[in-house]
Design a protein around this ligand. Sequence first.
Ligand SMILES: Nc1nc2c(ncn2[C@@H]2O[C@H](COP(=O)(O)O[C@H]3[C@@H](O)[C@H](n4cnc5c(=O)[nH]c(N)nc54)O[C@@H]3COP(=O)(O)O)[C@@H](O)[C@H]2O)c(=O)[nH]1
Length: 514
Amino acid sequence: MPAINSYHVLSLLFKICISLLVGLAVHFSATKYLEYDFESVIHAEIHSTFEEIAQITGELDSVFQSLHALNVSECDEDLLLAMRQHLFSALYIKDLGYVQGDYMLCSTGVGIFKDPVYVDIADYQGPKGSEIWVDRGIELFDQQVKAMIIRNGNFNAVITEQQFNSLISIPVQWRIMYHYQGEHVHVAGHKSLPVPVTAQHKVDDAFFYQTDCSDVVPYCVGTLTPRSYFEEYNQRLLVLWLIIAILTAVLTFGGLLIASRFRRSKKSRVLRGLKTKQFYCEYQPIVSLSSGHVIGCEVLARFKDNTGPIFPDEFIPVIQDSNKTWEFSVQIMNRVYSDLSPECEALESFKVNINFFARDIDNGRVLAIKAHPLNTLKNINLVVEVTESEQLASSSSKNTLNSLTESGFQVAIDDFGTGYSNLGQLRQFTCHTLKIDRSFVSEMEGGSIRSSLIPHVVDIAKNINVNIVAEGIENDKQRMALLDAGIAFGQGYHFGKPMSLNKLISQLKSDKPQ
Ligand SMILES: Nc1nc2c(ncn2[C@@H]2O[C@H](COP(=O)(O)O[C@H]3[C@@H](O)[C@H](n4cnc5c(=O)[nH]c(N)nc54)O[C@@H]3COP(=O)(O)O)[C@@H](O)[C@H]2O)c(=O)[nH]1
């Protein structure tokens, strides 16, 4: 299991926060949408109220018009009959009366008054010369009701507040205002609601407040709807959206986990590292086994990102499988160049072994090394190190290696003895060094069959006149035994682990006779 560090904790917290934010955003947007939708419902309700008010005023206009057409100057039974006929067919008007001057003479409900009733001053002037009284308590068919009275000429009509109560069907607090010549007069509903001056709406934690004024009739309506009604009205949708929001948050979290797992997969880290040039180099000394002097080094690529290091045994296969071998080698050469260029003055015919892939030898891409600035560094002998493999046996590989050696490069065959090389193959191209795989060295003390092959490899090397570097020397006993076997050079933890170039240079300086 990978170690959990603060980076992982932070990244997990980040994912949780993003997922919560996405879930909240979905929830917030859905609620806003439902609120908007609910406001449209209230808006439609207000507009249907205006339509009904228009019908009321239309009814009043037509009744007044036809009563005026009777051209009467007193209230008699004929007029009462005519008024009652109008009342019978009216939808909204609940009573009609005849007024002369400041006195009402008769009404459809009472008939002809014995004593004319004094009519006080109207609350406000209405359109078309009408006068209006609002919120009046009147007796209608033996019942005390609140009503609005509209007078036009010698006639007045009564509209009860009950008429208005049925105009708005949703359970909101509402208020209808008469709006004429800049004045707002309460007509019906909750007097405490704010005066609806212009169309506006507001939503808070507890209420939806919405007001609107009609363009057709001089009325405005204000509504105050408790949020609980909104929640009840949209109960199913709110629950559904809450579930969707939770699911979205969970899916986002899952998606982020998968994405980051992919991001953290070795393959994507390595390829990202290649793109962002995150590979760097360590240098392992190669020494003379007799004197212990450092005669050169092997360049070993390293990789580390904020998730941690990845070792060559893991990243080399990724690079091979992704066909990025040459891109990788160029990056390493560039790194070696920038590491070495400030230091090379202090060196003396120093071998620098760089590992290349057999496929880049086979396809000849490695020949581009000839034009690389590394080639211009003073005191450096570049050694092309390549692991022995089947690909090295191809004729194109041989041509490439021969072309390199003709141009002054040295060639080292790495891990010699583990695979495909044979003496016949080695004779076909010039190679300068055989590097004996560390498995031979590590098994020397146990006297394995493999280690018993070392003298044989030494013979082969002498035969074709190449140097041998023994790899993986971890103690002095191994050094001595290899020296006895006729091997001149070695590499291994006994002389130094792969290290930074600065460290290697200091080791070199302390190594030099003063
Ligand atoms: N084409 C390229 N291949 C590269 C490059 N950089 C590295 N590699 C290859 O990856 C393999 C693993 O390399 P690494 O993990 O760096 O191991 C090297 C040494 O650290 C290790 N070593 C050296 N001395 C000892 C020792 O005394 N004991 C011990 N247990 N290990 C030791 O051996 C590796 C070097 O081996 P070799 O290459 O065979 O000389 C390895 O195959 C690298 O070649 C690169 O830039 N390009």
